[in-house]
Design a protein around this ligand. Structure first.
Ligand code: FES
Ligand SMILES: [Fe+2]
Length: 351
């Protein structure tokens, strides 16, 4: 029985941080309920492709190697280019034009490697991911801090948190319920503007949380008040029921590096604490098609209408209550699977 009424959505999704993939490197990935191979050729171009070699099915992410701008299969040495075309069969004079691997459009933006996924491979990118000054400036901002979580819940359940102003008080113990001033959607772009009171050891500070989403996989949040903090939150569906959440933070420089990084670290730890608090709710909640809302609840139904546009196969409508699987079906991993990484660690190891 399905956990959710939603299929895997389409959009741009983060599949790695730029610093995780050096030229010549090959990584196995599993997203969109598919086995994938992510590799960077020696010219620096990034490729995401279906994992299985069309010859006899070897997984190119396990033992495949980069040869210039091509990838070589570990099983019988066939090579494929970035478009997935067979370029050489080392023990034959000819190539096999039918041996083709699906390739996904990729971009490297804001320090993230992102791929376009749509269940129909003929449907190319429908919107762009903006370049953010805060993550591309040479100075004025702290080194980015990265966190990765695996959550046993659909991306939509995580994203719905943004529309849920009331939960901040009860799940995260914020002093007051943040006030959502505006929520609107324009195609794949959704905008949320809110004011918020931040609890600090020295009392409550007035602040703001402003969020811009471009599709299901990319949200840019600006926190202001205590310190200007910028967050890229990227949900990547592992399958219909599970997603990987990626956070990349930067803090506007406070003058000296030591203060900036300690204030930034405190902020990152607070957001991390919130995700860990949300985890058990997300993983164990039912998805109610017709929630019983208070008149002062956030814009849930507007959010759900916006989210529904990303399901190419439509949303299933044969049930009103979608429950989690029986206890013991999955083990919660709501702890960071990668504690921290940053540009300072570029090229050192992989997740
Ligand atoms: S399975 Fe890839 S070359 Fe044979
Ligand atoms: Fe939350």
């Amino acid at each position: 029985m399905s956990r959710y009424p939603f299929p895997v959505p389409f959009g741009w999704f983060q599949v790695a941080w730029d610093h995780e993939l050096a030229p010549g490197q090959v990584l196995p990935r599993y997203y969109f309920a598919r086995h994938l191979v992510l590799w960077r050729d020696e010219s620096g171009a990034v490729h995401l492709q279906d994992a299985f070699c069309p010859h006899l099915g070897a997984h190119l992410g396990h033992g495949g190697s980069v040869r210039g701008t091509e990838i070589e299969c570990p099983f019988h040495g066939w090579t494929f280019d970035g478009e997935g075309r067979n370029t050489c069969i080392p023990y034959s004079e000819r190539t096999n034009a039918k041996a083709r691997i699906r390739s996904y459009p990729t971009i490297v933006r804001n320090g993230l490697i992102m791929a376009w996924y749509h269940p129909d491979e003929t449907v190319g990118p429908q919107w762009e991911i903006p370049e953010l000054a805060e993550f591309n400036a040479a100075e004025g901002f702290s080194e980015p801090v990265c966190r990765r979580y695996t959550v046993h819940a659909a991306w939509q359940e995580l994203a719905e948190n943004g529309a849920d102003s009331a939960h901040f008080r009860y799940v995260h113990n914020t002093e007051v319920v943040p006030e959502i001033e505006e929520y609107r959607a324009e195609g794949p772009h959704a905008v949320m503007r809110s004011s918020q009171k931040f609890p600090t050891p020295r009392g409550v500070v007035e602040g703001r949380i402003d969020v811009d989403n471009w599709g299901p996989g990319f949200a840019f949040t600006r926190f202001s008040g205590i310190v200007d903090t910028f967050l890229m939150g990227c949900n990547t569906p592992i399958d219909e029921d599970t997603c990987e959440l990626h956070f990349t933070f930067t803090v506007r420089s406070l003058g000296d590096d030591g203060t900036t990084s300690s204030v930034g670290e405190a902020f990152v730890n607070e957001v991390h604490k919130q995700v860990i608090e949300d985890g058990p709710i997300w993983e164990n909640k039912a998805h109610l098609v017709r929630p019983a809302l208070a008149d002062t609840d956030g814009p849930f139904m507007k959010f759900r209408k916006w989210a529904a546009q990303f399901y190419a196969e439509g949303v299933r409508d044969d049930r009103l209550v979608w429950e989690p699987p029986p206890p013991g079906t999955f083990e919660s991993t709501m702890v960071p699977t990668e504690a921290t990484a940053s540009r300072k660690h570029r090229g050192k190891g992989n997740a």
